[in-house]
Structure formats: structure tokens, C-alpha cells
Design a protein around this ligand. Structure first.
Ligand SMILES: [Zn+2]
Length: 142
């Protein structure tokens, strides 16, 4: 009894689909030139990756990172502008005297206004208390 085998079909090495074999020449390894090309690209990429690192190969070392950590303790954009002591009724900026002479002149003007200006009269007690606190502070009594 004699037996023989003949290849009829094999599967594509890329996609696994069956590829018929005619019986002539080398049996096909791929179902299409596209899959032959993809298999070749993968093989050559693997070969390149397996070379020594100095020869263009892929490192086996894990990726390491150096990270700079920056903490902004103070954001100058969040600092509000210097507060004004008050705003004029007209909405114009209100400025304080800039030196001792101006302060003394301003207090003289306040003293004069406090007795002559009818708009201030109803608030004399409030102004007097503020002046008392200021005088205490000036004398270091606060
Ligand atoms: Zn295929």
C-alpha cells in the first residue's frame, strides 16, 4: 500500500484566510501582495528593533522622566490694587496728603469745615470719634 500527500490549501501567514495551492511552484504564504508586504515590514522592523541600541536598536530600558514641579505661591495678577481710603461723591479718585505739612493743612481745613459746612454738621460726632482715635494712635496710645 502506498500513500501520498499533496498540499491543497494553507492559510495566509498574515490574516489566516485560506489560500488555495495550485500544486506548482512554492506554496503561497500570503493571500495577497499587501499581506506579504505587511509581514515583511513587521519582520524588518523587529530585526531593526533587536539590534544593539548603538546600532539603531530599541532600548529595553523603561522610559524615565525628569519632571520639574513648579508651585506659584503668589500670582501678582490676583493682588488687588492699593485700596483708596474713600471715593468722592463725584466718583473722582480721592487722594490723601502726601507729607506732614499737607496733613496739618488738611486737618486745619477739616477744623474749619467742621464748624462752617452744613453738610458736615450732622456728622460731627462721628468725625470727632475718628479724630480721637487718630490722635490716640499719633500719641502711641492705641
Ligand atoms: Zn492575508
Amino acid at each position: 500500500m502506498a500513500s501520498s500527500e499533496r498540499l491543497l490549501e494553507r492559510t495566509c501567514e498574515w490574516c489566516g484566510k485560506p489560500v488555495a495551492y495550485s500544486g506548482r511552484g512554492r506554496p503561497p504564504r500570503y493571500c495577497s501582495p499587501v499581506h506579504r508586504r505587511r509581514a515583511w515590514e513587521l519582520r524588518t522592523a523587529q530585526d531593526r528593533a533587536e539590534r544593539p541600541v548603538d546600532d539603531g536598536g530599541q532600548s529595553r530600558e523603561p522610559v524615565r522622566e525628569i519632571v520639574q514641579h513648579t508651585v506659584v505661591l503668589r500670582d501678582t495678577t490676583l493682588i488687588p490694587p492699593a485700596p483708596r481710603p474713600a471715593e468722592r461723591l463725584s466718583g473722582q479718585p480721592y487722594t490723601l496728603p502726601e507729607d506732614a505739612v499737607e496733613w496739618i493743612e488738611a486737618l486745619i481745613a477739616l477744623r474749619r469745615e467742621a464748624v462752617t459746612n452744613p453738610k458736615i454738621a450732622p456728622f460731627r460726632d462721628h468725625i470727632a470719634r475718628a479724630c480721637d482715635k487718630t490722635a490716640q494712635a499719633l500719641r502711641g496710645e492705641d
